[in-house]
Ligand binder design. Structure first.
Ligand code: PBE
Length: 297
C-alpha cells in the first residue's frame, strides 16, 4: 500500500519537474542527454602503466585536445572486467583495446576512428631474443625464428583461457590440434637436453597465449622453460641485459618503439611472428560515438 503511494509521489514529482523545465532552456540532466564525457566522468579505462597503448592514449588526449579526459591505470584483467560489467548493463565505457583479443568475440565492440593516426596503422608482433642466444642455444633460436601464426590461432587459445582453462592446458590443446603448424616451427630443430630457457612476458591476454604455446613446444623438445611475468619495461630490459632469453611480444612499429630504440643493438629482432595486430580506443557498438574526435563534444 505505502509503496503505491510513494511511487505515485515520485511519478507526480517527475511530471512537475518536467513541466517546470519545459519552457526553459535545454537541460542535460537526463541520462541520454548527458555528454559522453559527463557520463564517463571523463575517464578512459586503461591497463598497466608500462603498456605502449597507455602512452599512445596520453598522446591521443593531447593531440585531440581532450584536456578534460584522463586514462586510468589498471591491468588487462581489470580492463576486461570493467568492460564486461558495463556491457552487461549497456552502460557507456571506453577502453584501451587491442587485436588480437578475445573481447571482440565475446562482445560487440568497435574501434573509435583515429583520424590523426595516434595509434598508427596495422602492427606486427615480433620475437625478440637476447644477443648470443643463437650461439648458446641454436635450436631454441631456430624455433623462435620459425615461430609464426595468425590472429585466429592465437584467438583459439585466448578464448579457451577466457572460458576457464589454464593457459598451459589451453596451449597444449592447441598444439595437439595444430601439429602441422608446430612442425614448421620445429623443422630442422634438434631436441634439447634439459637446458634452461627463460621467457619474460606481460600479463596481456595475447602475450599469455603466445608465450604459453612456445613454452609448451620447447618443453616438449626437452628444454627446461621458465616464464617470468613482468611489466613491459622489464620485459625489454631483461632481454637487453641477457637475464632472460626472449620475449615474443614486441609490438611494432609503434607500440613498443620507445623500448626498441632504447635498447637498440642490445637484442636481436627475429621479425614478425604475427601480422594484423592493432591498438586503439574501443567501445561497445551500442555507443553512439564513432571517432576519438567525438570525445571533444
Ligand atoms: N598491448 C598488448 C601491449 C602490447 C601487447 C597492446 C596491450 C602494449 O600496449 O604495450
Amino acid at each position: 500500500m505505502s509503496s503505491k503511494f510513494s511511487r505515485l509521489t515520485v511519478a507526480l514529482g517527475l511530471t512537475l519537474g518536467l513541466a517546470a523545465c519545459s519552457g526553459g532552456e535545454e537541460t542535460s540532466t537526463e541520462g541520454s542527454n548527458a555528454s559522453i564525457g559527463e557520463s564517463l566522468d571523463y575517464k578512459i579505462t586503461g591497463i598497466d602503466p608500462g603498456a605502449g597503448i597507455m602512452k599512445a592514449t596520453t598522446k591521443a588526449i593531447e593531440d585531440y585536445e581532450l584536456e578534460d579526459w584522463e586514462v586510468i591505470e589498471g591491468s588487462g584483467a581489470a580492463m576486461t572486467a570493467a568492460l564486461k560489467k558495463a556491457y552487461d548493463k549497456e552502460e557507456p565505457i571506453i577502453v584501451t583495446g587491442w587485436t588480437p583479443h578475445w573481447k571482440f568475440s565475446k562482445f560487440d565492440l568497435k574501434y573509435l576512428e583515429d583520424p590523426i593516426g595516434v595509434y598508427g596503422e596495422e602492427e606486427t608482433i615480433h620475437s625478440i631474443v637476447r644477443n648470443g642466444l643463437k650461439e648458446d642455444l641454436p635450436n631454441v633460436h631456430k624455433v623462435l625464428d620459425q615461430f609464426h601464426w595468425t590472429p585466429d590461432d592465437m584467438g583459439v587459445i585466448m578464448s579457451a583461457i577466457q572460458d576457464g582453462e589454464e593457459p598451459e592446458a589451453a596451449a597444449a590443446a592447441w598444439i595437439e590440434e595444430n601439429e602441422d603448424k608446430v612442425a614448421k616451427w620445429t623443422e630442422g630443430v634438434e631436441a634439447g637436453n634439459g637446458e634452461e630457457v627463460k621467457f619474460a612476458y606481460v600479463a596481456w591476454d595475447s602475450t599469455i597465449a603466445s608465450t604459453n604455446v612456445l613454452a609448451n613446444v620447447l618443453t616438449d623438445l626437452g628444454y627446461d622453460v621458465t616464464l617470468s611475468q613482468v611489466e613491459a619495461g622489464p620485459m625489454w630490459a631483461g632481454v637487453a641485459d641477457g637475464s632472460v632469453d626472449a620475449h615474443i611480444a614486441g609490438w611494432l612499429p609503434l607500440t613498443h618503439a620507445d623500448q626498441y630504440e632504447k635498447y637498440d643493438g642490445q637484442f636481436e629482432d627475429l621479425g614478425p611472428n604475427l601480422e594484423g595486430a592493432k591498438t586503439g580506443l574501443v567501445v561497445p557498438t551500442y555507443m553512439e560515438i564513432d571517432s576519438i574526435e567525438d570525445l571533444k563534444e
